[in-house]
Design a protein around this ligand. Structure first.
Ligand SMILES: *Cc1c(COP(=O)(O)O)cnc(C)c1O
Length: 384
């Protein structure tokens, strides 16, 4: 079973060896830039590559400010703080996500509320969000959204752009505005993905990116906060120990964090960002080939939502049953072609099992069926 699919994947990568899910490619100026930081001795918390990486990312995404952080989880932690999330409050997110989304909420001593996703985007469903809020929340005279039963503040909403496919942002922006929720996008997987011509992560008060080793471009480890001028300046201050600018005195005017991205990592990021569009071109080509190969089969290839340009970070198929999912996972991994199931839903994890949730039918349906297939940039097609 699945022999044709396994043969197809091996042909794409022209390899009989183990084929990983997503391997980084360093085909540009990585060595030059990293060596430059070593020669200059500025490998750590000071250096020109951090400023450049932030500027280049702001320009690419169209975000007024971009603030580099040590990883994507730290970026989300600070973004939530700046969105006003306080201890004891609630933050709405999707159960179908990587655990970092929920952990960042918990770091604020807040609690996630799990709302269903849409089947065609794999992202938070505006319809399910509206339904849950109508049944469970109200906006008070003070302009805050609160739960009906105990008056707990629901401060923010964190959709995640699953595998790089943009969620229904028009719908989410509308629901969040009417229910007075701060919109914070977890765009960790969607660098290079645009919704109606605008980059994901720039639709709400704040958005965050990740440059972990498995993401579309990597800094080894790293993240970015996307925000307007004011919140961006606050993000820079908070992520750099809240030190007031001074030629030599150490004055820290509030509780800050050492979440700054080292210059060494930023150098890698600058070189990777130069190749992003070339990476996306080959990934979109690979996705088109998967779609053509799987057309008419029982495996439904996940494609970009309408009016979006997805980065196709991780290719995914929806199997016709849980049994077929298990068979696909076994057949591919047994033959050295790496595949992985989608995450177990966050509401099943012991740390989040007690959290509030809406009807999660779509997330449960997808959890039982979705498998990721090898998605690395096609090496032969990368040019300088
Ligand atoms: C990768 C990722 C993050 C951030 O991960 P880091 O490893 O901390 O950079 C956050 N959310 C999602 C959905 C992710 O995939």
């Amino acid at each position: 079973m699945f022999d044709a699919l396994i043969r197809f994947v091996r042909e794409q990568y022209r390899s009989d060896d183990f084929i990983p899910l997503h391997a980084p490619v360093f085909a540009g100026r990585e060595r030059d830039y990293v060596t430059d930081t070593l020669d200059s001795t500025f490998v750590s918390s000071v250096g020109a590559y951090v400023d450049r990486f932030e500027r280049d990312t702001a320009a690419y995404t169209g975000s007024p400010r971009a603030v580099a952080t040590v990883n994507g989880t730290a970026a989300l932690h600070i973004a939530l703080q700046l969105a006003g999330v306080e201890p004891g409050e609630l933050v709405i997110t999707q159960p179908l996500t990587f655990v970092a989304t929920c952990n960042a909420i918990a770091y604020c001593s807040a609690e996630p509320v799990f709302i269903d996703v849409d089947r065609h985007t794999l992202g938070l469903s505006p319809g399910a969000l509206e339904t849950w809020l109508t049944d469970n929340a109200r906006v008070g005279d003070d302009g805050l959204c609160r739960t009906r039963d105990n008056g707990q503040v629901i401060r923010a909403c964190v959709p995640m752009h699953t595998f790089g496919h943009p969620a229904d942002l028009d719908g989410l922006v509308d629901v969040c505005a009417r229910w007075k929720l701060a919109l914070v996008e977890d765009a960790a997987e969607s660098l290079g993905s645009f919704y109606k011509g605008r980059h994901t992560g720039t639709f709400g008060a704040l958005g965050t990116l990740s440059y972990n080793g498995n993401k579309i471009i990597t800094t080894g480890g790293g993240g970015m906060i996307l925000a307007g001028e004011e919140l961006g300046a606050r993000a820079k201050h908070l992520t750099t120990t809240a030190k007031k600018p001074h030629p030599y005195e150490y004055v820290h005017d509030e509780l800050g964090y050492n979440y700054r991205l080292p210059n060494l990592n930023a150098a890698l990021g600058c070189a990777q960002l130069e190749q992003l569009e070339a990476f996306i071109a080959t990934k979109r080509e690979l996705a088109a080939r998967y779609a053509a190969h799987l057309a008419g089969s029982e495996l439904q290839f996940v494609t970009e939502p309408a009016e979006c340009r997805s980065n196709y970070w991780l290719n995914a198929v929806i199997c016709s049953s849980h049994e077929q999912r298990d068979a696909l996972l076994k057949a591919t991994n047994d033959k050295g072609v790496m595949s992985r199931p989608i995450w177990a839903l966050m509401n099943r994890l012991p740390i989040y099992a007690h959290c509030r949730k809406g009807d999660l039918s779509n997330a449960e349906w997808l959890e039982a069926r979705v498998v990721n297939l090898p998605s690395s940039v096609l090496p032969k097609e990368i040019s300088e």
